[in-house]
Write a protein that binds this ligand. Structure first.
Ligand SMILES: [Zn+2]
Length: 89
């Protein structure tokens, strides 16, 4: 999958940090909440997209962490994450 410079449209290699044609920094991967892959706030879906792993695996781990922390601390972290992480466009 090839990327393009969002400024000049020059085709970029995957490991390009800057566009070789115009020097514009290539977009870094941003952690966003997922709209399409959301069960509650989309935090898990967004994490899954960011780390490129199965969102259900993230949910499983998140659930285990929430239970392991005695429910409320984990839930608070989840909702704080939901407020901090912007929703994808
Ligand atoms: Zn460019």
């Amino acid at each position: 999958m090839s990327k393009e410079c969002r400024k000049c449209g020059h085709t970029l290699d995957d490991d390009d940090k800057y566009c070789p044609a115009c020097g514009t920094p290539v977009d870094v991967k941003q952690l966003l909440r997922s709209k399409n892959d959301a069960k509650i706030l989309g935090v898990c879906g967004g994490l899954a997209e960011y780390f490129d792993i199965d969102s259900n695996l993230i949910r499983l781990i998140a659930t285990l962490l929430i239970v392991a922390t005695g429910i409320f601390p984990g839930l608070i972290i989840y909702f704080v994450a939901g407020m901090i992480i912007p929703l994808e466009e």
